[in-house]
Design a protein around this ligand. Structure first.
Ligand SMILES: Nc1nc2c(ncn2[C@@H]2O[C@H](COP(=O)(O)OP(=O)(O)O)[C@@H](O)[C@H]2O)c(=O)[nH]1
Ligand SMILES: [Mg+2]
Length: 460
């Protein structure tokens, strides 16, 4: 049964004009909306989980309109009834699919707010009710938000997998295993002696050790789930005039960054969001590296701003998941940029049109202005991204929140392994189970809920 007394409603589709608008109503009094807007005949014909075409009328009970306008048609559309508990929220839900007209939407919303016990929904409130009524755990609820925010296929796939319970099953499975060990320990707790009984040690310790290794492997995933959710940071770094901004524009396929022959055109870091082979990427254009500007005092405002830009460029380079190091093919390699070469960088020689030889085997030769080599560059980037994210289908944790609790769980298991008394071991295992329970939302999460569901839009 639902834990809420009030009935909420919201437009579930974007505001404004559209072909269809969906207005959702959820709560114990959801069916009352049918009494308000539908003829008795239509109301009686409605069955759960069947779409029913009906005319909606402004209710006679509406005191804010004159007598002539009550009973006037609001719109004609589909009505779907989801009977509790078989709905997204676990409560009675009515969905009105009407014409996506601002006038229709505002008229229906106004009437809904006048029904007793009805109020507009808050952000994520439908999903929150689904969680509170046991329709999904927290990781699945978080995945709903991720799915709605997903801009690329890889993000969508990850969200869908989490939404269908991959993380929940993993964490609940671990919690169940620990609970078994706990039961075993507790059965043995009456042992009077100080030492851990041998049977307990033999049964429980290997299990905890194995589980710890499994959690550790899950944590050591190179942050691939979080990277996929938040976007992969790629920094474009190089000397002034190497063609960094031109490259960013070419990859973005539009003029986002200003380019020119004047060294020092790009001052601040400029971020562009891209979709590379289904992966979300944040490409950062940066100021050209000029080591001399970083050392001495700035002589003028111009230099000061540029040196600030260079400091930022270096910071972006350090934090990036991947670096595109841009050199000029016809010039000696720039030392400051060369110093940044590592396993996370791609070496790019731009302006290949100006160079006679292409002899650096580790580099990609491109010419942005002649549109040469960009296909290879994209393919190389895709490989790097795949190397980073991995193509494994193992469940990935997608939030720092999960990571933090798993770390707590590991710490407790460590203590459990070192415990000398069964009581203490049991207590630490209990703490480890709690940490897992906080991820799925089974324990201690009241204070977290506002934070989690505020990420949502209204109507979800
Ligand atoms: N010849 C040639 N010139 C290029 C190429 N790519 C960029 N440029 C030019 O190099 C200059 C500097 O480019 P810009 O993108 O502003 O360099 P940044 O300072 O590294 O951002 C501009 O005049 C560009 O038109 C290229 O592939 N070949
Ligand atoms: Mg630039």
């Amino acid at each position: 049964m639902s834990v809420h007394n009030d009935t909420i409603f919201a437009l579930a589709t974007p505001n404004g004009r559209s072909g269809v608008a969906v207005i959702r109503v959820s709560g114990p009094a959801a069916l009352k909306s049918l009494e308000y807007f539908l003829s008795e005949e239509d109301r009686k014909a409605i069955k759960p989980r069947f779409a029913y075409l009906a005319s909606l009328f402004s209710p006679l009970i509406d005191r804010n309109v004159s007598h002539e306008t009550s009973g006037k048609m609001i719109d004609k559309g589909l009505v779907i009834y989801f009977k509790a508990p078989n709905s997204f929220t676990g409560e009675d839900v009515i969905e009105f699919q009407l014409h996506g007209s601002p006038a229709v939407i505002s008229e229906l919303s106004r009437h809904l707010s006048q029904i007793e016990g009805y109020r507009p929904a808050e952000r994520g409130e439908f999903t929150r009710r689904g969680f509170e009524n046991g329709r999904m755990d927290l990781t699945e609820a978080e995945a709903v938000a991720d799915l709605i925010d997903a801009e690329t296929t890889a993000q969508k796939d990850q969200a869908l997998s989490q939404m269908s319970g991959t993380l929940k099953n993993l964490y609940e499975g671990w919690a169940a295993e620990l609970t078994k060990s706990l039961a075993f320990l507790e059965a043995d707790l009456d042992f009077p002696d100080e030492d851990l009984p041998e049977g307990v040690a033999a049964q429980v310790l290997p299990k905890i050790q194995a589980l710890k290794a499994e959690i550790e492997a899950h944590l050591n995933d190179n942050r691939r789930g979080e990277r996929l959710r938040d976007g992969i940071n790629i920094a474009v770094i190089g000397a002034p005039n190497a063609g960094k901004s031109s490259l960013v524009n070419a990859l973005a396929q539009r003029d986002v960054a200003i380019t020119s022959d004047f060294a020092g055109t790009t001052r601040d870091v400029l971020d562009v969001h891209l979709n590379i082979a289904g992966y979300p990427v944040i490409l950062s254009d940066t100021a050209g590296l000029k080591p001399e500007l970083l050392s001495g005092d700035a002589k003028n405002a111009q230099d000061y701003i540029e040196s600030e830009g260079i400091k930022r460029a270096i910071k972006v380079a350090q934090q990036a998941d991947i670096k595109l190091l841009v050199f000029e093919a016809h010039q000696p390699a720039d030392e400051a940029t060369k110093a940044l070469i590592d396993e996370h960088s791609l070496i790019i020689h731009n302006k290949s049109d100006l160079a006679d030889t292409h002899e650096d085997k580790n580099a990609l030769y491109i010419s942005v202005s002649e549109n040469k080599g960009l296909g290879q560059l994209l393919a190389a980037l895709e490989d790097k991204i795949k190397g980073l994210i991995g193509t494994s289908s193992a469940p990935t944790l997608t939030r720092e929140r999960h990571r933090h609790q798993l770390q707590e769980c590991m710490d407790s298991l460590d203590r459990a392994l070192g415990a000398e008394l069964p009581e203490l071991m049991a207590e630490d295992i209990r703490l480890a189970v709690r940490a897992l329970g906080r991820i799925t939302g089974r324990v201690d999460v009241e204070d977290l809920l506002d934070l989690i569901f505020n990420e949502f839009c209204i109507g979800k």
